[in-house]
Write a protein that binds this ligand. Sequence first.
Ligand code: ARG
Ligand code: ZN
Length: 467
Amino acid sequence: LIAQGAQPAFASSGRHGDHGDQGDHGEPGRPHYSAGSSGVGDPYFPDAGNGGYDVKHYDITFTYDPATKTMDATTKITAVATQGLNRFDLDFRGPEITSLTVDGHRSAFERSGQELVVTPRHDLGKGRHFTVVVKYKGTPPVVTDPDGSIEGWVPTDDGAFVPGEPQGSPAWFPGNDHPTDKATFTFHATVPEGVTAVGNGRLVSQKTKKGWTTFVWDAREPMATYLSTVTIGNFTVTKSKTPGGLPIYTAVDPRLVTQSAAAVAQIPDIVDYFSSIFGPYPFNTAGAIIDRAPDVGYALESQTKPIFSSAPGVGTMAHELAHQWFGDSVSLSRWSDIWLNEGFATYSQWMYTEHTGGATVDQTFNSTSNYGRAATSSFWQTVTTDPGPEDMFGNVPYNRGAMTLHALRGKIGDAAFFTLVKKWAAANRYGNTSTAEFIASAEKISGMDLTNFFDVWLFQKGKPTTW
Ligand code: ARG
Ligand code: ZN
């Protein structure tokens, strides 16, 4: 699924010096084939994603042995060519490739950095559906981010912790690693008997044969690659349903069950509360994976199964569940708009705290970690809509992002604000959007000119004083 309207937002992108869009200038009447671009033009991650095709489905099958940290995998990608292609890239940082076919024909490929450059045996016409099958074997890598944190395939003492934001999924499967190309996913994960493999979506089967168990997970709603996970370990599994009938699957490291019990117990209440203010929960299942991955140190809103690298508190649980609406269902089109994910999730967390009798959103807004910071603090020197790849997950997209929403609520009033939030979730369900579209919706629904408001909160440095 390629986001409609996402491309024009980008600066021109391409295979360094060899633009994929040359295909459009071929002689009229003759099919023209060229290379798909090596990125989608996201300024924060120029190599992320690829041009020339749209992935529909990933079918990922692997056996993983935690004892040897070895994966033996086959990924089948079903895609549609969006231009005539004689070459295209996948993003892949994984182990050695043993074979690669396009529509059943062995095809030439080269690897350079995260780019896997594929030359299919036969050119692919625009609109053509095609299948790529990649087989690979070895140890998937840990990926280090611009902020120094780790993601990708992170081995733990009993399996692997698998977060993918913003660029970790190519560690374990080849794909189109940008949020603008969402797809459905099926995972077939085989692990030693007694170990559990937890993926996105619903568990469709679990079968043990000769000491190995295969878990099949099916994620039916469109998903960005960075939200994929198959996290592996010794887990205490609990299956339940919300009062509304939504299935909940939680997998908790037995060493963390007691410490995380309060947060896990709140899942149905959190989902219900957010559904009441944001509209229906966007997916057909919910849950959480609580693991011990001390070197990771953060949680991530993996779709339908947020992952926690240590026992979460209720606030963190609320934050990751709010992301299911904002981030997962409603996604950004370029990474610099990360405040749309983190500001909404943080503000949702503030609202849940108030809802459960804790600090009010006004109190949190005014606290010394938020608006109460001195005007001289360096906190105010980062522009909300351009934190840079190093500070995407820093304080500003989270806290100044949440403050922006609370200030907006004060400016346009509760009625317009909650209409806006519900409409935003509904209109962009499973899609991709941008700050510009958010501003346009806010102005339309409130009937107000919010130019100065958004200017001081989102586009200028400095502590806003009047808005
Ligand atoms: N989106 C996650 C959260 O706020 C944080 C991800 C941090 N990732 C990273 N590579 N530092 O819930
Ligand atoms: Zn977040």
